[in-house]
Write a protein that binds this ligand. Structure first.
Ligand code: T1G
Length: 705
């Protein structure tokens, strides 16, 4: 709830505004703030004004939820408010503590002076949501700190410690602790001067021009073009900053405004704003309130010291949580410990970790071959071979040794968590924690909620995910949960296209041009082609009705599992991670096509992308309707953080909404005619068909209805 208070400190009016949790400058706050400022200006007993935020921070900026709605422009909009401040006849001082970002910083730049606490961080993160500072930031900041520093702040989008501005006109003083008293003192001092006629300092009256500006802008444009080709905002930021150095202030302000509005409606900005809120929404669970008590996690244990187990152990060590790492064999345990040690030493070599911190981190690891050593763990994560019989055996053992109240987590990537839980006498303590390889790097964590998983266990693991710096998404129990269930359809289509005429390199190139970090065949070579082979063998028994191209099985029968065997869909050279098209594979695919009696055809990149992406979307619609995912944006987060989907497209569901679900369904109908291998697959999932028929979208509220 928005609140604005005005308290007199002598002749100074201290106006404090707030809108929990981050003092975003929504319309209610803007109206109340304008009223308080006008009242202070009109009050003859007031000689100066201080503006500051509630709750120990200044402001996170404009309310992003208002964007694209009339509320955002409702008077007073942020630009109006800043003009009111800047044109005040009485000095206005911004007292900045904590976070001061975006429109919050722009509001402070409209003030005549700024006082910041040493812990304050100032920034203009708009570029990270596909925008530029749209309330004067691109015009005032370069005038106060120079074009070069302004380029860094605006293009970087990161919060900057206030002390870095101490020697610039942006900051009048840097103080320890609460900045308000110093701001009141400054306002008092300056009000006398200005009452005597001394003009008030206004950022708009400084100059950003200079001989070095042009080369700086050329360098900035070249850098941005090379790095952010898919993102329109960075170049527009530079255009706006150039205006600050070359145009009169009001012209520059109008230019900035036009660029801001243009960016606001780009699909990239809509996607980035969607991703911002989607990541935060994913941590919320409809029937598990944020007040749910959580269990203490002071010690962890990991079973299995392979690639996944050692990566998971590293994640806990990085969070300062002691880990008991258990293996069944000394050699395997030793290899796991060595893998962990190498990663930690690598971080020291790269300067990311001090020797002392590395020593402390290493000391938190306790390797063991004895299950009894797991007795004190608050959470035990199993990362053994992806075979149900093996998992069941481990959980039966855990049930005997784990202390009461310990959380028992499985890192399975596809298996039935309920079946695993049923192996124990405590199914309420069992949960899925599906990490993605490499577990110490990938942000995504699928938290698989079993039928009997207790709410406090779920709440505890969601909180733990934040401690581990993971983005957790809750999934229900199904084969493959959210991400892998969808990727299975994606891979199926990719393999069918090899049968029909495409090469691995053509498929990969098409989706990488769409924006994926890595195409399906390079990704499979990285993860290991034997993983998919193992799943297809299981699938052939469990779901013989599901059609597959056998081309991947032919590849695996040659032992071509990918990078780890020196060859997969591509050839690899020792010490070189580049993927080289393989003559062996081309021949294998050709032979396979002949065995099918298929005449190869050219498959255009658009068909490749549509078949792969809409395969994801169609399966995702089923996942959403079945309640496996809580919301469409959760599915987007899974793909943005775990599968290299381009963030500037917002995720598969956001992208489908942008294309339009009617268009998606029409395209699927075309694909079903082109694509001979599984036309039934292209039947739209019921939810997708319903939304397409009614003009709905996945990410609109209640998309599961
Ligand atoms: N608008 C609306 N809601 C916001 C918000 C914002 N600017 N910032 C945060 N929230 C919500 C967030 O969704 C979450 O909601 C809650 O606040 C806590 O956020 C005109 C155009 C400030 C560093 O881009 O970087 O000004 O999930 O979990 O980890 O030029 O929030 O609780 O319902 O992130 O402590 C520019 C974005 C806006 C800053 C705090 N500003 N925010 O991090 O909390 S555009 C930004 C952040 C603008 C002007 C332009 C972070 C934070 P819920 P949180 P946190």
């Amino acid at each position: 709830m928005s609140s604005v208070t005005s308290v007199r400190h002598g002749a100074i009016a201290v106006i404090q505004f707030g809108e929990p949790p981050v003092n975003s400058l929504g319309q209610q706050t803007r109206v109340a703030l304008a009223a308080a400022i006008n009242a202070a200006i009109d009050d003859p007993a007031v000689s100066g004004i201080v503006i500051t935020g509630h709750n120990g921070l200044f402001s996170a900026g404009a309310d992003i939820r208002e964007f694209g709605t009339p509320t955002m422009l409702a008077a007073p909009n942020l630009a109006d408010l800043i003009v009111l401040v800047e044109s005040s006849p009485k000095p206005i001082v911004a007292a900045i503590a904590g976070t001061c970002l975006g429109g919050g910083l722009e509001l402070s730049l409209g003030c005549h002076y700024r006082v910041a606490s040493t812990n304050a961080k100032l920034g203009l993160p708009e570029v990270k949501i596909g925008l530029l500072p749209g309330a004067g930031g691109t015009q005032r900041l370069p005038r106060l700190i120079g074009v070069e520093a302004a380029l860094n702040v605006i293009l970087g989008g990161e919060p900057v410690p206030a002390k870095l501005f101490a020697q610039t006109p942006l900051l009048a003083a840097l103080v320890d602790g609460d900045p308000v008293p110093a701001a009141v003192a400054l306002a008092t001092d300056r009000s006398a001067e200005h009452a005597a006629g001394k003009p008030l300092p206004k950022a708009r009256e400084f100059s950003a021009a200079g001989p070095h500006v042009e080369p700086l802008l050329i360098f900035a444009r070249n850098t941005v073009r090379a790095t952010y080709a898919a993102y329109p905002a960075p170049l527009k930021c530079i255009d706006a900053i150039e205006a600050a150095a070359t145009k009169p202030f009001d012209e520059g302000l109008a230019y900035e405004r036009s660029l801001f509005v243009e960016l606001m409606f780009t699909p990239v900005s809509k996607a980035l704003r969607h991703a911002f809120f989607a990541e935060r929404a994913a941590s919320k669970i409809a029937d598990v309130p944020e007040s749910t008590p959580v269990r203490d996690i002071r010690a962890a244990a990991v079973i299995g010291a392979g690639t996944m187990g050692s990566g998971i152990a590293l994640t806990f060590l990085s969070a300062g949580i002691p880990v008991v790492l258990l293996e069944t064999g000394a050699d395997a345990l030793q290899r796991g410990v060595a893998r962990i040690r190498d990663v930690i030493e690598g971080q020291v070599k790269k300067g990311r970790l001090t020797v002392e911190a590395a020593t402390i981190r290493g000391a938190l690891l306790k390797p063991t071959l004895d299950y009894a050593d797991l007795a004190e763990a608050d959470i035990i994560i199993e990362a053994v071979f992806e075979e149900m019989s093996v998992k069941r055996q481990v959980f039966a053992q855990l049930d005997k040794v784990a202390k009461r109240g310990a959380i028992l987590a499985t890192n399975t990537s596809t298996l039935d968590v309920d079946a695993i839980a049923a192996t124990t006498s405590r199914p309420a303590d069992v949960i899925g924690t599906h990490f993605f390889s490499p577990a110490n790097i990938m942000k995504l964590l699928e938290v698989v909620r079993g039928r009997e998983t207790a709410k406090d266990v779920l709440a505890t693991v969601m909180k733990l995910a934040k401690t581990l710096r993971k983005t957790a998404v809750v999934s229900g129990v199904c084969d493959g949960f959210i991400g892998n269930r969808m990727i299975e359809q994606y891979i199926r289509q990719a393999l069918f296209m090899l049968d029909e005429g495409a090469s691995p390199a053509e498929v990969d190139a098409a989706v990488e041009a769409f924006g994926f970090a890595m195409g399906p065949f390079r990704m499979s070579d990285l993860a290991g082609n034997d993983i998919g082979w193992h799943i297809r063998k299981r699938r052939a028994i469990e779901r013989p009705d599901v059609m597959y191209s056998a081309v991947a099985d032919r590849l695996c029968e040659l032992g071509r599992f990918g990078q780890k065997t020196g060859g997969g869909w591509y050839d690899y050279k020792k010490g070189d991670r580049n993927a080289y098209p393989s003559g062996v594979v081309a021949e294998l695919i050709e032979k396979h096509r002949s065995s099918l009696g298929v005449t190869a055809r050219k498959i255009e990149p658009k068909e490749i992308v549509d078949r792969l992406v809409f395969a994801l979307v169609n399966e995702a619609a089923a996942i959403l309707e079945e309640g496996i995912a809580q919301r469409a944006s959760d599915i987007d987060i899974v793909y943005l953080t775990g599968y290299g989907f381009p963030v500037y497209r917002g995720g598969p569901m956001c992208y489908a909404d942008e294309v339009g679900l009617y268009t998606v369904v029409q395209r699927m109908r075309e694909l079903s005619r082109i694509h001979q291998s599984d036309p039934a697959f292209w039947t739209p999932s019921p939810l997708l068909a319903r939304l397409a028929a009614t003009g709905g979208s996945f990410n609109a509220a209640g998309a599961r209805s």
